[in-house]
Every structure is written in C-alpha cells, then in structure tokens.
Design a protein around this ligand. Sequence first.
Ligand code: FPP
Length: 249
Amino acid sequence: MTNNFQLDLNNIPKHVAVIMDGNGRWAEKHGKNRLEGHAQGAKAARLAVETAHKLGIKYITLYAFSMENWQRPESEVNGLMSLLTSSIAHQFKDLIENNVRLLTIGDNSYLPENVRKEISNVVNASSSNTGLTVIIALSYSGRHEILSGVKKLLTKFQDQKFDINSLSEEDFSNCLYTAGIPDPELLIRTSGEYRISNFLLWQISYSELYFTNKFWPDFSEEDFRYAIYDYQHRQRRFGKTSNQIDECK
Ligand code: FPP
C-alpha cells in the first residue's frame, strides 16, 4: 500500500459494504481462541464505523453473521451472539450522540429472543437519527432475501392482481431488506478470499470490489481510506465504453 495518498472528498461512496473475514485465522496466528479473534473483529468494526462517520459515508453494511454461520459449533455461535449484543449495547450511547442510525438486515426469526430484543431497542431508539446508517447483516443470506422478496411480490399479486409486465427493478428492490437504501458503490472483503459468500447478491450488481489480504482485526483506518482511494481510481462504466464515459465529463 502506498503511504502517500490523498482522498477526493467530493467522491466518497455513499454506501460501503464489508465482508469482515479472517477473525479465526487472526486468532490462530496469535495463538488465541476464535472468540478472541471475533472480539478483536468487533473492535475493528467499531473503527470502520468511526472512519465511515469521519469521511461522510452515509451507509455502511457489515456482514456480521450469515445464515450459513448457524452451522458453526454451538459455542462459537453463542459467543458471537453475546459479542454482538454486548458490542451494540456498549456503543448505544455513542451511536445516539453521533446521530448514527442502526438497522439490521437478515432473518430475525432465527435469532435468540434476548438478541432480537437488545437489537430492536437500539434500532428503535436510533430510528430518527439522520447521520451515518450502520446496517448489520445478521442471520443474512442474499438468496434467502431474494426468495423472500419474490414471496412478498406473489402475496401482493394475490391481493391486488397488478399487471406483471409493469413490474420494475425498483419494485423488486423495494421488496428486499434494503428497500430505500442505495446500492453499495464499494464492497470490501478482507483476508485474501475472493468470494461474495451470499452477500447482497442483488444489490452489488455494479459495486466495485476491493480485496485485501489483511485479516479483519488488522483492518485499520488507513486500510479503509486506501480502499476508498483505490475505488476513486476505478472507471465505473456501467456497461458503457470508456469513450462514452469520457464524453460525459
Ligand atoms: C468472519 O471471520 C467473521 C465472522 C463470521 C463474524 C464477524 C463478527 C464480528 C467482526 C464481531 C462483531 C461485529 C459487530 C458488527 C459488532 P471467520 O470466523 O470466518 O474467520 P476465518 O475465516 O479466519 O475462520
């Protein structure tokens, strides 16, 4: 990574999505247990939120727990659930003071009752905040989200018999967990894995992808800024040619 880079503050992405990967390998590398890796990961998540806030990013989506993660050993799942609730509860005051809104996306029905309650307290208390929106993907699966969007549309169709041919991409987006939230311009994944892992499948159709070998607990403010710097040097063509993009400038 170059040490000397200048961010263009007029070209900050509105929405950044993050696959926070590598907590387990970070722990292994430091001779610690996996839950200690996740605890460091929670610190890195807080730092990423602070950096997003400083840079004026409007939305940050953090992939904290996938539907597939329910298959991990029970002790790790329980540890992650209590880490998530305690992290969110601890940061309640700071979130409110900094005008941050908290949302979650995912299938809440799988979450233990106490986790659901704790999170919905913070979501409700922060619902009128107008600064950064932090979206935690929890018990989340992109395919599950798309399927539940299809089910919503079919139910609506049964009730209203609207013209199927009039359905737009926007109508479908409005049936997803992320209704009303702009698609991420940038998706970051740490830990040297080059996969999407069932994350925001519909929403990232034109996102710029940024991969780094760093494990999530090591992902610093500088790393986050560099990912944005890298994004700022991409040409986003949305299917057009470079010449067409240059002509519009
Ligand atoms: C992936 O690392 C990380 C997770 C499954 C959990 C992410 C959770 C946190 C960062 C903690 C809490 C977050 C918030 C928002 C408070 P891994 O376990 O898959 O790592 P590995 O691939 O190296 O085993």
